[in-house]
Design a protein around this ligand. Structure first.
Ligand SMILES: [Ca+2]
Length: 420
């Protein structure tokens, strides 16, 4: 009987010391918390090792069971003491770089405008001297080394930037960071609209994208099982071509680039590419860092894609690779849920989801330069249970003219943008 109990105890101890914590040696010198735990357990293991030999010797002598249980408890207790001791030691692990230095932005604020210059300084928190500093700015459109101070904010995009300081010290390089936000200096110009013409539109078309090419309107409609790519003779409201999508796809924005039509899908992480003349699918691509597929337009050189956030991504039109993005801000607010897009005269016109408004966005900075208030337009169409929000913007090249529709709207409007 005693032999069985001994085996069980030995097995328990072995399991505790070896199987669960097999990291006695490899983690030594590791500065992470995990390594420290490994070190502490290694010490327990080293302590338990001699005991196990002693215990083995005891097998030769029959001890009372109570004494054996007592010894087990003592050894486990000592193990815990060792563990606590070494874990406390781990608390003095190497400090993060931010513990040594911090970056001061002057003037001291959290938001800035492009007309300001920013002075950068490093403050030492501990007794470690900065021998020299290399500065870098990490922006939505890439990272750049800062060659001279103060830093001019003039040509930077709106949104969040991160300053990085590489601080050279006698203890090596310490990397510290500080974020700030850049906002437009001026509030957006406000515009209204006047309806010039009305054209019939399929009341069952859940419009997600609208764009002119060669006098025709190309439209993308959404919903699972109802998504399609269409070519419209818009004045008569005729659907000339209708390419239904697989039921697995919820179509979103579209744009015509040279002889291709590129259509986004919503959560399927897939862009579909068609031959413009045949409507045949010729290619497809996967999104990279952008969140979802919402709106799409192009400037003749690049594609611009919204993803349901405040970002508009710039894509290579041949490889569909995401190159960078802008963050869309007014002088006060981040503009979220940017949806259908249209490139007009050097600016991105961006419909904001569930708002009767279009933001006029600078494509390099993300600054909202204007807002078109389209209140009342949705009330002009037939009201029905499936009616949904404004979501189609197209331009035929005429200045100040937009073609607008919405999800399950039975009209397309030609409107004149007016100053407010
Ligand atoms: Ca459009």
């Amino acid at each position: 009987m005693f032999d069985g109990i001994q085996k069980k105890m030995a097995s328990t101890l072995h399991h505790t010391a070896t199987t669960v914590y097999p990291c006695c040696v490899p983690t030594l010198g590791d500065s992470t918390g995990a390594g420290c735990v490994g070190l502490a357990v290694a010490k327990i293991h080293c302590f338990l090792g001699p005991y196990k030999i002693f215990q083995h010797q005891l097998l030769m002598v029959i001890l009372p069971l109570k004494l054996q249980l007592l010894m087990t408890r003592i050894s486990l207790l000592l193990g815990l003491v060792f563990s606590s001791f070494f874990l406390v030691q781990c608390g003095s692990s190497p400090k993060t770089d931010g513990a040594y230095f911090s970056i001061e932005l002057l003037p001291k604020k959290t938001t800035y405008t492009p007309s300001e210059d920013l002075q950068l300084e490093v403050s030492a928190k501990l007794e470690l001297k900065a021998d020299s500093i290399q500065w870098q700015i990490q922006s939505p459109n890439g990272s750049k080394n800062i060659s001279s101070l103060p830093l001019s904010l003039e040509n930077l995009p709106m949104g969040t930037h991160k300053i990085k300081a590489r601080v050279f010290t006698s203890q090596g390089i310490k990397n510290v960071f500080q974020e700030f936000k850049l906002l437009p200096a001026h509030k957006p110009e406000l515009f209204g609209y006047t309806i010039l013409e009305r054209y019939p539109h399929d009341i069952k078309a859940y419009t997600q994208g609208l764009e002119f090419s060669d006098g025709y309107l190309y439209e993308s409609t959404g919903q699972y099982g109802q998504s399609s790519l269409r070519q419209l003779e818009y004045k008569q409201g005729k659907v000339l071509r209708n390419e239904p999508l697989d039921n697995a796809f919820f179509a979103e924005g579209l744009t015509v680039f040279q002889d291709k039509i590129i259509q986004l899908t919503w959560r399927e992480n897939t862009g579909l590419v068609y031959d413009k003349n045949s409507f045949q699918r010729i290619d497809q691509f996967q999104y990279d860092k952008s969140r979802q597929g919402w709106g799409l337009c192009n400037d003749g050189d690049y594609l611009y894609k919204s993803d349901g956030t405040h970002k508009i991504w710039r894509l290579d039109p041949q490889t569909y690779k995401e190159l960078d993005y802008i963050e869309v801000y007014t002088n006060k607010l981040k503009i979220d849920q940017i949806n259908e897009l249209e490139w007009i005269d050097g600016r991105i016109y961006a419909n904001i989801y569930q708002k009767n408004a279009i933001a006029i966005v600078h494509p390099k900075t993300g600054a909202v330069e204007g807002v078109i208030n389209l209140k009342g337009l949705q009330q002009q169409v037939t009201q029905h249970s499936g009616l949904d929000v404004l979501n189609g913007i197209a331009s035929d090249g005429q200045q100040g003219i937009l073609y607008l529709t919405g999800k399950n709207w039975d009209q397309i409007f030609k409107v004149q943008i007016t100053p407010k």
